[in-house]
Ligand binder design. Structure first.
Ligand SMILES: [Zn+2]
Length: 482
């Protein structure tokens, strides 16, 4: 998402000349070996028996261990009744415990009414929130049943959708006349519990799982529009939909916006992007006060520009943007909900943030650092493509929170992260070299996940300098890496 001040609209910047590739010691053999091994480690479904890769460690308690799980599949029915202004959810999650036995962890920031686990009813208290040691906001739910290592389970939950118990979350937005509803997943990196777990049972963002939703609006004849970055099948009445998100998605991937059709203005265009033609859909709510065809044209231009500068598109054959009022913006896989001013920043995230995804919830700083460095044009975050010497004597900055169960991106990721990258640009030989290094980063990790340490190694190669001391001071705040 954009910095609070938000990047100013500037129009696309024409692609610059491509600087030469790295001349440092990285050999072709090293490159292909590293790629192969990363693919095996992070490429697809996790290995049998393991909790999803990148999971934080088990949490000891007086009753035993709370253990991370691998979610394979989640399904939910969501029914919005505009006459009673009530939304009800039935959700089912298939989960697998890893190599360590214990009580399975997941999260959901709603009040649960009914629970069943492997077909047996449990009191709602049996899936209460528990501390993971990373602060109250980072709490997780645990199923209060000791499960064997490598065992598979079915969790079913029923609940009414309320305002999610997470900082900055918005409730379902019912039309005052009772004849419509607006709903937006409205995620954020900046606060714990602001991904899919606001609305549906989910894992932390290291875990890939498929998600199928059946969405229905009842109590009104008014047609609604559902916009999502998954496969959407409309039921014929414009009040029911089946939505399928791919198994490559994590809890920070899915975008979904629901609104009455008559409140949405839509413009379509095409973009030539990294050798393919993308369908571009830009939809705007009235408060966006946007010139929607112009926003669609800008979106196409930015997609083409980023494709030529940073490489292949990792999100199928479409880009979807929903325009809201000022001060809002969030990136999703090949999609965004954003103010017009934040569009460039959010589209950039389809390469860095949702093209290369953070391997864990503490790695989100990388995406904001890159997006700020490459798209910022406000005084608050400095000029884009800055290159300025950075010694090891400036004040330490913490961009990666220390605790393994921490799950937010510090706000310092924008300005502090961009400052770090301006120093890296200087060490790499200038902004052009760092932009080439980012394109190389995307070619290696696009469609997959990467850690803060992966980025340190990658940029060290491009700089010909071991950047670990800079990461220790300006990523880990001067504490030992963890
Ligand atoms: Zn951002």
């Amino acid at each position: 998402m954009p910095a609070a001040t938000g990047p100013k609209p500037t129009g696309p910047v024409p692609p610059g000349p491509v600087p030469p590739g790295p001349t440092a010691s990285r050999t072709e053999a090293e490159t292909s070996a590293a790629r192969g091994s990363r693919r095996r480690r992070r490429g697809g479904a996790s290995e049998a028996g393991a909790a999803a890769e990148g999971a934080p460690p088990p949490v000891p308690t007086d009753e035993g261990l709370l253990v991370p799980v691998d979610i394979a599949r989640a399904q939910a029915r969501v029914r919005f009744d505009t006459s009673t202004r009530q939304a009800d959810v039935e959700a089912t999650v298939e989960l697998r415990v890893g190599d360590v036995p214990g009580r399975p962890l997941f999260d959901l920031r709603q009040e649960v009414d009914e629970v069943s686990f492997d077909g047996a009813r449990l009191p709602a208290e049996a899936v209460r929130h528990r501390s993971t040691g990373a602060g109250a906001d980072a709490r997780m739910r645990a199923v209060d049943i000791e499960c064997e290592a490598r065992s598979s389970h079915l969790l079913r939950l029923r609940y009414r959708l309320g305002e999610p118990a997470a900082t900055g979350a918005n409730p379902v937005d019912w039309a005052p006349a009772g004849d419509g509803v607006r709903f937006d997943l409205w995620m954020s990196d900046l606060e714990p519990g602001r991904y899919l777990e606001m609305w549906l049972p989910a894992n932390l963002c290291h875990d890939r799982f498929s998600l199928e939703l059946a969405v229905e609006v009842v109590g009104t004849d008014r047609p609604h529009l559902l916009l999502a970055n998954g496969e959407v099948e409309e039921g014929g009445t414009r009040r029911s939909w089946a939505v399928r998100y791919p198994a490559s998605y994590t809890s920070l991937s899915p975008m979904l916006v629901l609104a009455p059709v008559d409140e949405v203005e839509t413009a379509r265009s095409e973009a030539r992007c990294a050798g393919r033609t993308l369908e571009v859909v830009v939809a705007a709510l009235p408060e966006a006060a946007a010139d929607v065809p112009a926003a669609a044209a800008d979106t196409s231009a930015w997609l083409s520009y980023f494709g030529s500068r940073y490489g292949d598109w990792a999100h199928g054959d479409r880009f979807l943007a929903v325009l809201w009022g000022p001060g809002r913006g969030m990136e999703y896989d090949g999609a965004t909900t954003a103010s017009e001013a934040a569009l460039e920043h959010e589209i950039f995230h389809s390469w860095f943030g949702r093209g290369v995804k953070p391997a864990g919830a503490r790695d989100g700083w990388m995406d904001e650092a890159m997006a700020t460095w490459a798209t910022a044009s406000s005084r608050a975050t400095g000029a884009r493509f800055a290159s300025a010497e950075l010694g090891l004597d400036e004040a330490p900055v913490e961009l990666r929170p220390a605790h393994p169960w921490a799950r937010h991106t510090p706000r310092e990721a924008y300005a502090g992260g961009a400052r770090l990258l301006s120093g890296v640009a200087e060490m790499a030989g200038g902004a052009g070299r760092l932009r080439a290094a980012l394109a190389d980063w995307h070619s290696r990790y696009g469609g997959r996940a990467a850690t803060s340490d992966d980025l340190c190694r990658h940029l060290s190669t491009w700089c010909g300098t071991d950047l670990r001391p800079w990461w220790d001071r300006y990523v880990d705040g001067g504490r030992p890496a963890g």
